[in-house]
Design a protein around this ligand. Structure first.
Ligand code: GLY
Length: 369
């Protein structure tokens, strides 16, 4: 029996397992195919400011707490995992194309300033000086120097190595149910008919966290995102570029090996895994509108996965609805960003029984019972 069984070997599950093992706990992660869920599709944006919606200040504060942890976390994972994670600290540029966009950028900038955030309005000329491959049609920009990115897949590979080297056991099987005894979570059941017994179970199944047999339902639903990977980008972009094109959001995230991610659709279609012609068309059309040079790149991968959405777009952290169950799920659009803070607070709760203050606004009881 382990001290802790973690359901899910994505970025959240693995990083939590690793941090818990570093605290001296015995940890088993259960996942039939670690890193092939949302972690595989993530663009890797560490973007608390440019991902924040109006009236999401609590989530923004959690994101800022996590982005602050990122440089040390990346260094730590690289040291322990032995491979780079591709942290880029070049910042994020948001651009607008017409008067409505520019009005929106101005309003967004005012709101960010009101919250004391670091964001700078740029003229079209300044925006293009920073990113010369932008279309000349750009009408204004907003530079958020503190919104970064990381290579999500490289991060997962390094975390897997780090966790295993720290003693985390990996069971490559699909989690089918929570095992409950006398009203307490006591382990996980798996597709091969086995059981992983544990003192505490951590639920880190991403979009699949809402309805695990044996567990009361949680307000987590799949939010589909289609994403594209392109090759041959060289130094086409300095950092992440985001825009709204005809009302649709698009982002372009450069990463190692001259690659570029274009994302992402946002669709309420349950666990539909289809990459659609319309989804790919819209993403490419909008990306080429923003950076025309993208039309020359090679399209190397298309992928659809599911964000774990919650009613307020913020994660579920801390004690779960049963004794012995801890939640580390519901990270919606911010799973990569929130990885360090989630791993830290969950490991602290597992090791000491105390949930750190920064995570308290994100317990599941905010939605009632
Ligand atoms: N964080 C970007 C997305 O979820 O599409």
């Amino acid at each position: 029996m382990s001290d802790v069984a973690v359901a899910g070997g994505g970025l959240i599950g693995l990083s939590t397992a690793w941090r818990a093992a570093q605290r001296g706990l015995s940890v088993t992660v259960v996942d039939d195919s670690p890193g092939t869920g949302a972690s595989a599709a993530a663009a890797g944006m560490l973007a608390p400011v440019t991902e924040a919606g109006y009236r999401e200040e609590a989530l923004l504060r959690l994101g800022l707490a996590s982005v602050e942890r990122w440089p040390a976390f990346a260094a730590d994972v690289e040291r322990a995992g032995g491979t780079p994670v591709g942290l880029r600290t070049a910042g994020t540029l948001v651009v607008g194309f017409d008067e409505d966009d520019v009005r929106e950028l101005t309003a967004l900038h005012a709101y960010q300033r009101e919250l004391g955030l670091d964001a700078e309005r740029l003229t079209p000329r300044e925006a293009r000086r920073r990113e010369p491959s932008l279309t000349p049609r750009v009408r204004g920009g907003l530079l958020v120097a503190g919104d970064h990115s990381v290579d999500g897949r490289a991060l997962h590979a390094a975390l897997l190595r780090a966790a295993q080297d720290a003693g985390v056991r990996l069971v490559r099987d699909r989690v089918t149910a929570l095992r409950v005894d006398g009203g307490r979570a006591v382990g996980l059941e798996t597709a091969d008919g086995g059981t992983v017994a544990a003192g505490t179970v951590v639920l880190a199944l991403g979009a699949h966290s809402g309805a695990l047999p044996g567990m009361p339902p949680l307000p987590v639903r799949p939010v589909k995102g289609q994403i594209l990977r392109l090759a041959g980008a060289g130094d086409l972009l300095e950092g992440t570029v985001r825009a709204v094109v005809r009302g649709r959001q698009v982002y372009l995230v450069p990463y190692a090996g001259d690659r570029l991610i274009v994302g992402a659709t946002t669709e309420d279609r349950g666990f539909d895994p289809t990459v659609t012609a319309g989804g790919v068309h819209d993403l490419l059309h909008d990306a080429i509108d923003v950076v025309p040079g993208i039309s020359e790149l090679e399209l190397v991968e298309t992928l659809a996965r599911w964000r774990p959405g919650t009613p307020d777009n913020a994660p579920l952290l801390g004690p779960g609805p049963l004794p012995g169950l801890v939640l580390a799920t519901g990270h919606h659009r911010n799973g990569v960003l929130l990885t360090p803070v989630t791993a830290e607070v969950t490991a602290e709760l597992l090791a000491t029984g105390v949930l750190p203050e920064v995570a308290v606004p994100f317990t599941a009881d905010r939605f009632g019972r």
